[in-house]
Design a protein around this ligand. Sequence first.
Ligand code: PMP
Length: 394
Amino acid sequence: MSLLEKLDAAAAARKAQLPEGVGAFGIPIEESYSATEARIGERRVLMLGTNNYLGLSFAPECREAAHRAIDQEGTGTTGSRMANGNYYGHRALEHEFAEFYNCRECVVFTTGYQANLGTISGLVGPGDVVLIDGDSHASIYDGCVLSGADILRFRHNDPADLEKRLRRLGERSRNTLVIVEGIYSMLGDQAPLAEIVAIKKAYQSILLLDEAHSLGVLGETGQGLVEKTGVNDDVDFITGTFSKSLCGIGGFCVSNHSQLDQLRYVSHPYIFTASPSPATIASTRAALKLLREGRLLREQLWQNARHLYSSLEKTGYRLGPHPGPIVAVLLDSARQALALWNGLMEHDIYVNLVLPPAAPEGKSLVRCSINAAHTTEQIDKVCDVFSKLYSTVA
Ligand code: PMP
């Protein structure tokens, strides 16, 4: 098969899964009105498919900071951190993240994806081992591939399986990077971090925790699962993104290991790409401040999340294992998921449709995400519509 024929075959498989004209993927959002409402086509929809967990996408503090930065520093840096793109704001944000996590070092990357790519490929290489949760995000897989290390997987959220694999590695466990996520993006479940930490200590491995979906969401000050579990001293590297609770774009890695700084000199995803724009950095700095002071936002977020989770559960839907800002509705088939997604859209509710292979274990999901800005009335409406649509998927 030629290169182009391979793409034709992939396109045909995609069309077979999703009928022509159903725009569930890459749907154009014509206008965004607030953290909870947007226009898609002619519909004013309730947004229940974002990662805007604290609802800060329109926060005046962040918008003003971004405007000011554009006026004072221009629209882009036009270069990488190692060349002409290392502005005051990048370094200030690194200090602020390091201080937030009470860590020695922080490196800011251009995206969360690159934070994982750059950190993993900077830490391990050929001859080393990465041992990752089987449900890891693509950025973790891709970072492992880029690194050239041996890639092993353990069963999702299964510390016994992790332990077994580390035991089998013998001496090599000391050169093993174990990687888990705070909250998993598709099912919304949390890693059993206390057990994982105990195992990594026993085998003297290095642990990297990706807090992409848990930053701002878990822990007293919003650090993530690390804070909720109280294991800050035992997690070696924490990565995260600005694109979810912080409503920007970019990523970071923090650590108490001074060696993190050396990544700047070896990590291609850090060196060979342009740095985040001044506006992005300025709004992220403002958002980090709001996140740190955001105990009330977190409380509201969790109240909203429990409201949605318990109501859908009562209706009879099968859900992801933990209540939280990501509420995954599990369906028996792609057809059912599509029917539910369409039904919600017809009632002006936008959620994420997740079909195999994007979801774990070939599952089909309707992934809802709730945020601190959703009102009780909005959530009641969503629950009502889900209840009406139950017969179409039961
Ligand atoms: N890690 C995880 C667990 C993610 O879900 C994502 C994005 N969905 C990323 C990293 C990458 O972040 P970004 O989209 O900001 O590049």
